[in-house]
Design a protein around this ligand. Structure first.
Ligand code: NAD
Length: 484
């Protein structure tokens, strides 16, 4: 049994708030206890972060700070197996995913933003003045201050360092509230912070839930200067309302109901490989995942058959076994939500091409298993097609014309990502430009250059992070005008 401690002012401390259990999703067993931070402890964490801004961290040269940030990447890599095991036990995700994506990118984020901050330029303008002397304007970037970081459970370390790395690179301090489902890697990172010499108070972790708990205490705390959040759109709305008090900026990366569009000139094999991953990777618990696919009518049956075969090929099992390709969903509660949509699809008259229910896995009967599922035949107003399910499932719908595909893809309150599959160059550019999303992939999915803008349109987000765009959020840009 692990006890997950908070990390405040450089020390791991027990929470004074209510305790709750941490489960291993593969078996349903209780493997740990999380003692949440109470309101006073969140206040202590914010206070420590504020003091650290004025302490050695605030006085450090950029080169020194960047040196320490690179050591964080090295520090995670040096304890790679520990981070890997912690992430797998929290999420139940297969080693094949966590060892290729979660932990390497969780570490790499520190180097990416160390590079970014070293090449960050600002503008300058010379101007004329009536007396002929002139003036020089130049902009400078200062840290925004104390950043509240609210994280989800689907890619815990990766999505947390995606925010913590640029925040620290820009000289801010952070208070992180990890998901109540996945406390482990954020806690472990505290040890790495101390080991590499990050001053106390720069990185703090408070555990707990959202409403009436550490999440709300943190976002409502007016000494937090900015809030960066990844999670559900509904939660983002609550956080935006909390941030209005004190007029504090937010960066929100939220839900999606992403459409894939497959044209009849697509390379069939490559498309099936890519779209299969887009539907089922991480048991469908990826904000960028594809839960609705529009397929040009001439190839519809072939795609339906191909995708059903992809779904059937996944192997459940021990997530530590390299042969396992699909894990559980995160919790019993989330499985109930996903299976609720499976029921609605059936009741709504869907044709089930693959899966369709819970899965049973011998030896792991208590785990939160769900079958990878492919449907067709539902009307576009079905909740299965409107709502983000966040499970390993997708719905196929035929279309005839390019215009129709664009209209169907855009008919959603969300606007995070799309993937377009075609060998037509003109069509690729034309369609990508017309889908109302933050990220359009053509003939690929989840191909990420971390310098590019990342974020959602419509109800999927506010702001962009990644590369220089993260620098925009994590700094305050100020102009200095010197009369010459
Ligand atoms: P969630 O919104 O339920 O929880 C996210 C975090 O917010 C948790 O730490 C939670 O404790 C906290 N929280 C909840 N209510 C709060 C409140 N009122 N005030 C402050 N904090 C609060 O999301 P989740 O279930 O953990 O994650 C899944 C969701 O995340 C999906 O909607 C998915 O699309 C989205 N997501 C988006 C991206 C992206 O980049 N756009 C990436 C990953 C996940």
């Amino acid at each position: 049994m692990t006890e997950y401690l908070n990390f405040i002012d450089g020390r791991h401390v027990a929470g004074r708030g209510p305790a709750f259990a941490n489960h291993f999703p593969t078996t349903g067993e209780v493997i740990g206890e999380i003692r949440s931070a109470d309101r006073d402890q969140v206040d202590e964490a914010v206070g420590a972060a504020r003091r650290a801004l004025k302490g050695p961290w605030g006085r450090m040269s950029l080169a020194e700070r960047v040196g320490l940030i690179r050591k964080l990447a090295d520090g995670i890599n040096a304890r790679f197996d520990e981070f890997l095991a912690a992430e797998i036990r929290d999420t139940g995700k297969p080693r094949s995913i966590a060892s290729h994506i979660d932990i390497p990118r969780g570490a790499a984020n520190f180097n990416v933003f160390a590079d970014q901050v070293m090449t960050l330029a600002t503008e300058s303008f010379e101007m004329a003045t009536p007396d002929g002397a002139g003036a020089l304007n130049y902009a400078v970037r200062d840290p925004r201050g104390v950043i509240g970081v609210i994280c989800p459970w689907n890619l815990p370390l990766l999505l947390m360092t995606w925010k913590v790395a640029p925040a620290l690179a820009c000289g801010n301090t952070v208070v992180v509230k990890p998901s109540e489902e996945t406390p482990a890697t954020a806690t472990l990172l505290g040890e790495v912070m101390n080991a590499v010499g990050i001053p106390p108070g720069v990185y703090n972790v408070v555990h707990g839930h959202g409403v009436g708990s550490a999440g709300e205490y943190l976002t409502q705390h007016t000494d937090v200067d900015g809030i960066t959040f990844t999670g559900e759109t509904r939660t983002g709305e609550a956080i935006m309302a909390a941030a209005a008090k004190g007029v504090r900026p937010v960066s929100l990366e939220m839900g999606g109901k992403n459409a894939g569009i497959i044209f009849d000139d697509a390379d069939f094999e490559k498309t099936m490989e890519g779209i299969g991953r887009a539907c089922f990777a991480n048991t469908g618990q990826v904000c960028l995942g594809t839960e609705r696919i529009y397929v040009q009518r001439g190839i519809f049956d072939r795609v339906a058959e191909g995708l059903a075969a992809k779904a059937a090929a996944y192997r459940f099992g021990d997530p530590f076994d390299p042969a396992t390709t699909m894990g559980t969903v995160i919790s019993a509660k989330h499985r109930a939500k996903v299976l609720g949509y499976y029921d609605r699809a059936r009741e709504g008259g869907a044709t089930i091409l693959a899966g369709g229910g819970a899965a049973g896995v011998k030896g792991y009967e208590g785990g939160y298993w769900v079958q990878p599922t492919v449907w067709t035949g539902l009307p576009e107003d079905s909740p299965v097609i409107r709502d983000e399910i966040f499970g390993p499932c997708t719905h196929l719908q035929p279309f005839d014309t390019e215009e129709e595909a664009i209209a169907l893809a855009n008919d959603s309150r969300y606007g995070l990502a799309t993937s377009i599959w075609t060998e037509g160059l003109g069509r690729a550019h034309r369609v990508a430009r017309q889908i109302d999303v933050g990220i359009a992939w053509v003939n690929c999915w989840f191909l990420r250059d971390l310098r590019t803008p990342f974020g959602g349109a419509k109800a999927s987000g506010i702001g962009r992070e990644g590369g220089v765009h993260s620098m925009e959020f994590y700094t305050e840009l100020r102009n200095i005008c010197i009369k010459l």
